[in-house]
Design a protein around this ligand. Structure first.
Ligand SMILES: [Zn+2]
Length: 126
């Protein structure tokens, strides 16, 4: 089960929780000030400061939100486990279905295997 990170936009408190679909139909309340917390994807993947500009989300490689489970399964089968921005995250309007790459190696491997060897970094031609 994935760990989700949350940050309170009001007081800045952070929290990690195991994700439960039913429990997290809405984001949890801040234990400090009771405001709704926002999911913090950057914190979940180590943060951009820790890894240069990573993680990045790929608009070019995005799948339809209904295909997220299939895309994850395909990535697992291909040997490049990849997370996708889920439909229920706060940024879903913009980013749902986009793969989340944690390093250049990760992105290159994903592109190489998903495209069957044609190494085309679509983001570079956006
Ligand atoms: Zn708070």
């Amino acid at each position: 089960m994935p760990v989700y990170c949350y940050r309170c936009g009001s007081c800045g408190r952070t929290m990690e929780e195991f994700f439960h679909r039913t429990k997290h139909a809405r984001s949890p309340r801040c234990p400090g000030c009771e405001k709704r917390m926002q999911r913090d994807i950057h914190a979940e993947f180590g943060g951009p400061r820790a890894q240069g500009q990573w993680p990045i989300y790929s608009d070019a490689m995005a799948v339809h939100p209904s295909q997220i489970a299939d895309a994850k399964h395909q990535a697992d089968v291909l040997g490049v486990p990849t997370e996708f921005v889920e439909q229920d995250c706060p940024e879903a309007d913009k980013w749902a279905g986009q793969p989340i790459f944690t390093s250049q190696r990760h992105q290159d491997e994903y592109l190489r295997k998903v495209t069957g060897g044609k190494i085309v970094n679509l983001d570079k031609y956006g």
